[in-house]
Design a protein around this ligand. Sequence first.
Ligand code: LMR
Length: 397
Amino acid sequence: MFQHVETAPPDAILGLNEAFRNDPSPEKINLSVGVYKDEKGGTPVLKCVKEAEKRLLETESTKSYLPIDGRASYNSAVRSLLFGTEHEVVTTNRAVTVQTPGGTGALRVAGDFIAANFPGASLWLSQPTWPNHPNIFTAAGVPLKTYAYFNKATNGLDFDGMLSALKGADKGDVVLLHGCCHNPTGIDPTPQQWKTIADLIQEKELLPLLDFAYQGFGEGLSEDASGLREIARSGQEMLICSSFSKNFGLYNERVGALTAVAPGQAEAIAVLSQMKKVIRSNYSNPPTHGAAVVETVLTDDSLRTMWEEELAHMRNRINGIRKLFVDKISACGIDQDFSFIQQQNGMFSFSGLNQMQVDQLRSEMSIYIVGSGRINVAGISEANVDRLCEGIKKVTS
Ligand code: LMR
């Protein structure tokens, strides 16, 4: 029966992580998967999470099913984190949220919801984007188109290219935007550019879908939501996929959410019913633990303060590493200019290294970088930066 089944290629990111695990080199360096690492190369559980888990262990009284859309108070805490508590979107009840297994789960629910309710609409992805985006939306049956995003010559945003592509979108098409810390480039629009994007979306009557997996890793929790809040103008509809893998370090608990902002409360109720229909036929209802942790931290003053401090520490360490990396690169006499890495945001940098250089780094030095040249900056440390620069010098000279 299974003889005809062909072996699928390994995943562009998680496949590399597996190869890293199997590499016996004691000096191996993993800059592939987007997981925060501390100074010692570990990914410890945040203190606020440990504290919330202690409380939950004492108070948990049942393992019965959650509702299809998850924990109501978690969903409400997610909306407040996205928009702030006083935002019109929140106070008029025109936004609805469903708890999902991770940000990927949110994207897939969004994809199924779009396929079922927006027949004929295309979904526009930035070029490049997270390699799992096309997988998810193709699996959901949503036709894909791409818009320019990265300008190779300037290592910056190709804003004109982006606008001119999106001007070709049809009314009702969906535009996927990275809310902050663009994955894989680390390049985000400026506030003025967000304004122009929001104008275009409004004018062309497009549906924005924000992938928001790194809130707090760019400049801060509310600063990173400024693009999203610019788009959420009066009457504007949108979808937002949240992930708490990175900013709560809850990777393996799979904690995310899909928020839909409708024109009014009646439409929001209908949208919620459709999202629940999609979920029921997929994973039925979400798991409790990770969402209960996030809800506990977000709704308790002292735990929330602790979280914001821990998140600021992660953000500051990454920014410090960007500077260290750029300084070390220029100190070791590499001709190529890598100074743009300090202008990029969040966990990732688009290094400009090509597939051949990336392959050489892996095969000759056990340094693991995604094929596109994307580097997880958080994987760099005082302990491995010299060896990394040595490798980059070798493959670029
Ligand atoms: C990444 O881009 O490395 C992360 O979002 C992890 C993943 O699932 O790919």
